[in-house]
Design a protein around this ligand. Sequence first.
Ligand code: ARG
Ligand code: ZN
Length: 855
Amino acid sequence: SKINLKDYQRPSFDVETVHLNIKLFEDYAQVNSTLKMVRQTTGDIILFGESLELLSIIMNDKALTSEHYQQEDGKLTIYEAPDEVILDIQVRICPQTNTALEGLYMAGSGDDTMFVTQCEPEGFRKITFYPDRPDVLAIFTTRLEADKRYPTLLANGNLVEAGEVADAPERHYAIWQDPTNKPSYLFACVIADLDVLTDSYTTSEGRDVLLEVYAKSADIDKCDVGMQALKDAMKWDEVNYGRAYDLDRYMIVAVSQFNMGAMENKGLNIFNTACVLSSPETTTDARSFSVKAIIAHEYFHNWTGNRITCRDWFQLCLKEGFTVYRDQSFSADQQSSAVQRIDDVATLRAHQFAEDAGPLAHPVRPESFVEINNFYTTTVYEKGAEIVRMIANTLGPDDFRKGTDEYFRRYDGQAVTVEDFLSALSITDDKIEDFIDWYRQPGTPVVSGSQTYDSAAQTLTITLNQQTRHVKGFDAPKPLPIPVATTLFDKDSGAIVAERMLLLDEATQTFVFENVASEPVVSLLRDFSAPVQLNYDYQDADLAFLLKHEINGFNRWQVTQMLVNRILLQSQGAKSSPDVYLEALAQTLPVLAADDAMLAARLLDIPSAQELASAIPQDYDPVLVKEQRDGLYQQVADKLKDQWATLYNDLPMQSYEDSAQARGIRALRNVVLDMALTANVEGAADWAQQQYDHASCMTERFGALKAMVNHQLPKANDYLTDFYKRFQANDLVIDLWFSVQAAADDVTPDVIKSLIAHTDFDWNTPNRVRSVIGAFSSQPTVLWTAEGLKMYTDVIKKLDDANPVLASRLLQVLARWNTLAEPRRQMAHEQLTDLRKNVASKHVLESLESVLGAA
Ligand code: ARG
Ligand code: ZN
C-alpha cells in the first residue's frame, strides 16, 4: 500500500531510552528490549515488526495478551496505553537464514562467518518491535552475548562493560552505550571474529578519538587507505563546515555481503568490503579513489544525517543530497577539480538523466512510495547533490557557510525537512527558498538558446529558454531557477571578454552583454552549473574553438561530449561530421597528455551505449547504436594511429605511487593501449602482455587484461587463467575477473550461464551477482535479445524472495524497454509481463508497475 508525504503525522509516543539484549545462539537469536516511552499526542502505541516471533510483551509490569494489542501487516498496535510506559518485549529472530541482508544477518561462511546489521531504512523492525521511523529519537544501550568463537562484539557508542556469562563458560558479552539521541535506522551491531587496525585523531575541540577499522585477518593489510581517508575527512569537515566529531570512538567494519556501498550507523559504520578495502596490488585506482570518497561520505553523515536527521523517508535527499555534495567537494580537493567534476557529471548524465527521462522518473523528494528501498536512487542522491551545489554557487562560499552554520545551529538533534534546510540556507538571500521546486518536480529541464550580435551597438544578446517534460501523475512543470555560468571568448585572441552567472528563472529570458567589440564564442553552463540538458545553436567550429581556448577543464570535456553526441545522435536531428572533432582531438591530445594526463584520458570518452540509448526517445536499435559508437571509436583510433606508440612510450611504467599525477598517467596509458589495439598498431599486443607481466599495481594489470579480453587477443585466455590463479583467495579481485568476462564485447548469454555455473559464483553475495549480472547489462545488444532478457528476468525471479532490494535494483536497468525498436520492444514486454506473474515482493512489484506503466 502507498504511503504519501501529505499524510505525515507525528508519532503518538516518543522513546526516551532503549535497552537491547541480543543473545546469539547456533540457529537463532533472542532479542529482549526495554523501551521507556512517553506520550506526545493522542492515539495508540504503534510498533513495527517483520519476520519476528513474538514471545512476550509486558507493559508497566503487566503481561499483555491478545486483547490488549493487535498484530497486522507488520504493525503492532497497543490499545489504551497510559502516558508513560515501560515496554518489555521478547522476540526470537533467525539471522542465520536472513538472505535479504536487512536487520541482523549472517554474512560470510566457515571461519569468516559474522553477524552484522543493516537497519536503514526499515531494517530495525526485523530485529524487534519498535516505532521504527526516523523522527523517533532515543538513547540506546546494547548488550550483546555470543559464543566466544566470536570475540568481536560491537555496537554504537562507548563500551561500558564486557565479561564472561555466568553458567556458560563458552559465552561472553559486551555492553555498549550511545550517549546521542538517534533514530533506530542508525542502530548497528557486529558479532564476529575480526582483526582491527587502530589509529587516533584529536579533533579541533581537543577530543581524542580512537579510530578502528575491523576486517577479517586476511584483509587487515588493506585498511590503511580507508584509515587515512577517515582522518582526512575528519579534518576536512572541521575546516570547511566547522564540524568536529562528537564521540570518543569511531569504528568501521568491513563485510563481504552487503546490499549497498556502506552505512553511516552512529559511531559504527558498516561497509561493503568493496568500498573500504584497498591495496595497490588488488585495487584499481578508480576503486581506491571511490573508497576514499565513500569513507568521507559516511563520515560526513555524522552531521548531515545523524545529528540532524530526516523527519520521514520522503526527506531522504535532505541527508543524501547534501552528503553527496560534501563528499564530491572533499574529493575535488584530492585531485584535479575539473576531473572530479567530469566524473560526477558523467555519472549524472549516464544514470540520473536516463532515470529522469524514463518511467521511473520521480522528484528528488518523492511524494509517495510503496517501498522506500526503491528510492535510494541516483535522482535522490546525485540530482539531490546538484541542487545543493546550485544553492552553494548562487550564494557564494561565505554566505553558503553562513547558511550551513545556521542549519547546524538551528536543527542539531532534530529530525527535519527539506523546507527547514532551505529556510536556514536562505538567511542571507530569500531567493534560495525558490529552489524548493527542484525538489518537487521530476524531469530534466532542457535549456535551449541562441545569440545575436549587434555590431553597431556592440551588444551580445543571449536568449535562453527552459522546458521540462510533463511527467505523468505530476502537475504541469513550472520554470525552475537555473544558474547558467557563462563566459565570452574573443574569437581572434581566445581571451575572456566577460564572465557572468545568468539566472534563468522564467520560461524564456534574454541577457544582454554590453561593450562587446566583436562577436564572441560563448561558453555556457561552466562546471555544469545546473543539472540540465543544453541545446545551444553552436557551430562545430565554435566547439572546436572552445576545446582549444577554454581554460575550464570541465568545459573542454563538455565540448568534446557535445561534438560526440552531435555525431552519434544524427538520427535524433543532430548534425555533425566527425572531421572537426577528430581534428580538434588530434591537435589537443598530445599537448594535454604531457600536461594533465587524467584530463587527456577523459577527453577520449565516448558515452556508453546505454547512455546514448537514453537520449533516443523511440525506435532505439541497440545494434545500430553499437555500430555507430564502435565506428567513431575506430575513427579516433585510426586518426591518431601514428601517435599511439609515442604516447604510450611517453607514459612509462614506474614504481607505484598514489598521487593524482601517477593515477593520471596510469589512466591515460590504459586508454592509449586500448586505442592502439583498436587501430591495430604494430606490437600493441606485446605492450599489453608486458604491461600485465610487469604491472606495479592492479590498475596496470587489470587495464592490460581488459584490453586483451576486449580485443580477443590470442593470449587473453591464458592471462585470464593466470589472473584467476594469482588472486583466487581475494573475492574482490575475483569479482573483477567475473566482470571483465561478463562485460566483454563478445559476451553471449552462454558465457553468462557458464559464469553463473562457476563454483565461485554465489547468489548470496550481491557483489558477485553484480559482477556478472550488472556487468552483463552493459552490453545492450546481448541484453535486449530473447535469450538475454530471459536470463536477466530469471535472475530477478530467483532473487525476488531471497533479496528483494537487490532484485528490484537489477530490474530498474530494464526501465527503458519501451523505447526499443520492434520486435525487441514486444519481446521485452512479454518477458516483463511474464515476470510480473512470478514475483511477490513489494519491492519488485512496485518497480515493475512503474516500468510496465510506460507501455
Ligand atoms: N545511507 C547509506 C548511504 O548512503 C545507504 C544505505 C542504503 N541502504 C539501503 N538498504 N537502501 O551511505
Ligand atoms: Zn549516504
